[in-house]
Design a protein around this ligand. Structure first.
Ligand SMILES: [Cu+2]
Length: 221
């Protein structure tokens, strides 16, 4: 499900999640660089016996050790802001998936298909089939088309939940009385797993999210 380099993040299936992984790697470059520098300098200071107590007013040095970290912070902030605004982008193709959080299951509506809302409960461990993921399978999976943008709108019928699908870069609070929305775009067909991501009560851990991405033709039929 994941590579060592991704530090247990799920494989991306949407462009936005691929961008997030790139940003993760980008931030890690800076983090590892700073960590290495601090460890090296720290051990060097610890091991030598030189004293710098006679060094005063080192203006040039102060200019550099202020400007260089400032530039590094900008180098970190700009891609982060870009990603933040990309996440807020909406370009909906008309497919909407409405996810309503309940204690403790999700119910879904797909307005474009004109079907009734349905509930999506976790499959209990003793009812799992061979190869199923424990605590992650549900009895009714909502389907979305791949290659098309789907808007997820989410709300809650009781307490705050959060609808999250890591491989598509989606995590959105489900708040009673509010509709929050986020776009997701599956580049590939497949089955994708997520979990409620807001501590919502005793069975918080047992209301997983499963999405099946299928072709647009199959979706319409
Ligand atoms: Cu929940």
């Amino acid at each position: 499900m994941s590579l060592w380099g991704q530090l247990n993040l799920m494989d991306p299936v949407s462009p936005i999640q691929a961008e997030m992984l790139m940003f993760h790697d980008h931030a890690m470059i800076l983090l590892i660089g700073i960590f290495t520098l601090v460890v090296l300098l720290g051990s060097k200071f610890y091991m030598n016996k030189y004293s710098s107590r006679m060094m005063h007013e080192a203006q040039l040095l102060e200019i550099f050790w202020t400007i260089i970290p400032a530039l590094l912070l900008i180098w970190l902030a700009l891609p982060s802001l870009r990603l933040l605004y990309l996440l807020d982008e909406h370009n909906n193709d008309g497919v909407v998936l409405k996810a309503t959080g309940h204690q403790w299951y999700w119910s879904y509506e797909v307005p474009i298909l004109n079907m009734n809302s349905f509930d999506s409960y976790m499959v209990q461990t003793d009812s799992l089939n061979l190869g199923d993921y424990r605590l992650l399978e549900v009895d009714n999976r909502p389907m979305i088309p791949y290659g098309v943008t789907t808007s997820v709108i989410t709300t809650s019928a009781d307490v705050i939940h959060a609808w999250a699908l890591p491989s598509m870069g989606v995590k959105m609070d489900s708040v009673p009385g509010r509709l929050n929305s986020m776009d997701m775009y599956a580049q590939l067909p497949g089955v994708f797993y997520g979990q409620c991501s807001e501590i919502c009560g005793a069975n918080h851990s047992f209301m997983p999210i499963v999405i099946e991405a299928i072709s647009l033709n199959d979706f319409i039929n």
